[in-house]
Design a protein around this ligand. Structure first.
Ligand SMILES: [Zn+2]
Length: 440
C-alpha cells in the first residue's frame, strides 16, 4: 500500500503576495479607475478602526460626462469625498476620491460619471446592494448593527434598491391580478388602510403595487402605475366585494373576468358567525347555557373539518343546544359546498337555496351576508368560469406574507419605509447584478 507523502509547509514566501488591491480588482473593477493607496486606521489601543481606499483616475482614460456617459475633456477637480463600501473583514471600509468635472460639448460643465456612486449618496452602490440583500434576511435594525451602520443608511439603501428594481422590472405577460385592502398599524383611520395589487398568475405571484387608503382614487392610481397596456391585457381580476374597487375595475378593466375571491367570502361568513356569537354571549351572560359559548371563538372560525377531538365534541354540543351561534355556524359550514359545484346552474340553484335559508334565519349578520352574495351573484358565479385559471388562495397567501412585514411595522418609522419593505420582500424585483453577485 502506498502512503501519500505529506506535504511539508513551505518556508519560502510565494513570489507574489496577495494584496487587498488584488482582491478589490477581482471583486469589482471600474474601468478608467485604479485603486491606489489602501490604509488601515487604528484606534489608540491598536484595534482596527477603518480601511480607506484611495481611488485615482486611470491616466490614459478620459473621464465621462455623467449625463451622456460620453468621454469629455477635463475641466477641474472637486474636493475629495468618501463613500461607504462593503466592510472588509468586518472593518468599516471607505472609498476616497476627488471627482473631476468635465466639459461636455452637449451638457456643459458637469461632474464626471463615477461608477460606484449614485448622486450625492455617501454609500457605494455595492454597499447599498449588500445592505439591501441582508435587510431581507434580518430586520433593518439588526442589519444596521451587524454592519456598523445606521438604520437610516439601511433604509436609504433599500429605497434605492427598490427604486432600481421598479424601474427595471418587466410587466409583460400579466394575466391575472388580485386587488385587496390591508389594514396596518393600530388605528382604523383611512390612512391605516393600504390597497395592494398582486399578480396572481400561476407562473408568477408578486406584489405589483401598494398605495395608501382604499378609495377609488387609490385604485385608479395603482392601475395607472401599471400602465394602460397591462390593464387592458388583463384576463382575470380578483377582489373583495368592496364597492370602490368594483366600480373602478368595471370601468377600467371591463374586458377581464371579475371574480370574487373565495377566501374573502369565507372571511365575511366568519365575521358574521363571530358577530352572532358575541351578541349572544352578551345576552346570555350569567346563565348556565352561556358556558357553551365560552372559549369557542377560534373553534367556530376554523373550517369544521379541521376541528377535532374535545373541541369537536363541544362544537356538536353547541349545535344540539339550538343556540343562535350554532345555527350561524351551520350556515357557514354548509356554504362550503357551494365551491364544489362544477355546473354553473347547480351552483346558482344552491346559492338561491342557501341565501333563502340565511334570510329566514333571524340572524341579522348572516342575513347581511346573504344579501351581499345575492347582489353580487354575477361576480360570484365568475369564480366557476375562472376555475383552474387563477390560483385560488394566491391572494390569501400574499396577504399573509404582507402581514408578517407590516406586523414589524413599529420597526418602520414611516409609511414610506414600510412601502419599501413590502416591495423589497414581495415584489420579486430584479437586481443590479454587477453590484450584487460578489457580495452576498
Ligand atoms: Zn454629456
Amino acid at each position: 500500500m502506498r502512503v501519500a507523502k505529506q506535504r511539508q509547509p513551505s518556508n519560502r514566501r510565494p513570489a507574489i503576495q496577495l494584496q487587498v488591491k488584488t482582491v478589490l480588482n477581482a471583486i469589482q473593477r471600474f474601468p478608467g479607475f485604479v485603486f491606489r493607496d489602501i490604509r488601515l486606521h487604528r484606534y489608540r489601543d491598536g484595534q482596527p478602526r477603518c480601511i480607506e481606499i484611495t481611488v485615482q483616475p486611470h491616466p490614459a482614460i478620459a473621464a465621462k460626462c455623467s449625463r451622456c456617459l460620453k468621454p469629455a475633456p477635463g475641466y477641474d477637480r472637486l474636493e475629495q469625498r468618501s463613500w461607504l463600501f462593503v466592510p472588509l473583514w468586518g472593518i468599516v471600509t471607505r472609498f476616497l476620491y476627488a471627482a473631476r468635472r468635465v466639459h461636455c460639448p452637449e451638457h456643459g460643465v458637469v461632474v464626471e460619471h463615477v461608477p460606484w456612486s449614485q448622486g450625492k449618496r455617501p454609500v457605494t452602490i455595492a454597499m447599498m446592494c449588500f445592505l439591501s440583500r441582508w435587510a431581507r434576511r434580518l430586520s433593518w435594525r439588526e442589519t444596521a448593527r451587524a454592519f456598523g451602520t445606521s438604520w437610516e443608511c439601511v433604509y436609504r439603501s433599500v429605497e434605492w434598491f427598490v427604486q432600481w428594481g421598479l424601474a427595471h422590472r418587466k410587466l409583460e405577460g400579466i394575466e391575472s391580478i388580485g386587488v385587496d385592502e390591508i389594514h396596518w398599524g393600530k388605528s382604523k383611520r383611512a390612512d391605516n388602510f393600504l390597497t395592494v395589487i398582486y399578480q396572481i398568475d400561476g407562473h408568477c405571484r408578486r406584489l405589483l403595487w401598494v398605495g395608501k387608503r382604499r378609495t377609488k382614487a387609490t385604485l385608479r392610481r395603482g392601475l395607472a402605475a401599471l400602465g394602460e397596456p397591462v390593464v387592458k391585457g388583463l384576463r382575470f381580476v380578483c377582489t373583495d366585494m368592496w364597492r370602490p374597487y368594483l366600480t373602478v375595475i368595471a370601468a377600467q378593466a371591463g374586458q377581464a373576468l371579475h371574480v370574487l375571491d373565495r377566501f374573502h367570502i369565507t372571511s365575511h361568513l366568519n365575521q358574521a358567525v363571530d358577530e352572532v356569537r358575541r351578541a349572544e354571549s352578551g345576552r346570555l351572560r350569567g346563565r348556565p347555557v352561556a358556558e357553551k359559548l365560552k372559549k369557542m371563538r377560534w373553534k367556530l372560525l376554523r373550517k369544521g373539518s379541521r376541528v377535532r377531538g374535545r373541541a369537536k365534541r363541544r362544537l356538536y354540543g353547541l349545535l344540539a343546544s339550538k343556540l343562535a351561534t350554532g345555527r350561524a355556524w351551520m350556515l357557514k359550514e354548509t356554504f362550503q359546498d357551494f365551491w364544489r359545484y362544477r355546473s354553473l346552474t347547480w351552483a346558482s340553484a344552491f346559492l338561491d337555496v342557501w341565501t333563502t335559508r340565511a334570510l329566514r334565519s333571524r340572524l341579522e349578520p348572516m342575513k347581511k351576508v346573504a344579501r351581499m352574495l345575492r347582489s353580487h351573484e354575477d361576480l360570484l358565479m365568475n369564480w366557476f368560469k375562472a376555475k383552474g385559471e387563477i390560483s385560488a388562495g394566491a391572494v390569501e397567501g400574499l396577504n399573509n406574507k404582507i402581514r408578517v412585514v407590516t406586523r414589524r411595522s413599529y420597526g418602520f418609522r414611516t409609511y414610506n419605509a414600510m412601502e419599501m419593505a413590502l416591495y423589497h420582500t414581495l415584489g420579486r424585483l430584479p437586481e443590479p447584478e454587477e453590484f450584487t453577485h460578489r457580495f452576498c
